[in-house]
Structures are given as C-alpha cells and as structure tokens.
Design a protein. Structure first.
Length: 69
C-alpha cells in the first residue's frame, strides 16, 4: 500500500528531517484550510490525507524518542 511505503520512508529519516517534514505538512494543511474557507479548494479529501500524514509523522517522532531512551 501507499501509506505503508510512506511510513517506511519516514522511519528511515532522522529527527531533523522528520521535523522539517512535519513543518511542511502543517504549512500545507494551513494553505488547504485557507483555500477551503475561500471556496478555492477542489479536492477537499486532501485535508484529511494531510492530517493523517501529520499524525503519522508525529507517531514516528515519538517512537524514535522512546527508542533513544
């Protein structure tokens, strides 16, 4: 599946790369919400997808933090 590949790619990255990815995803989510509010967004399901990706990134970050302790 596509999501499994995405998670595997996340697990390979180090903490700074994960934080960069998280910031980029949050910026994208903000832009999508802004477009949705101004009725410019065609694909509203993208918001849900980005939210889930943010959760996946945060999960991998917390897993790595627990593993380092």
């Amino acid at each position: 599946m596509k999501t499994n590949k995405y998670v595997e790619d996340l697990k390979v990255k180090n903490a700074s790369e994960l934080n960069e990815e998280l910031v980029a995803a949050k910026k994208e989510l903000f832009n999508l919400r802004f477009q949705n509010a101004t009725n410019q967004l065609d694909n509203t399901s993208r918001i849900k997808e980005v939210r889930k990706n943010i959760a996946r990134i945060q999960t991998v970050i917390s897993e790595k933090a627990k593993a380092s302790n």
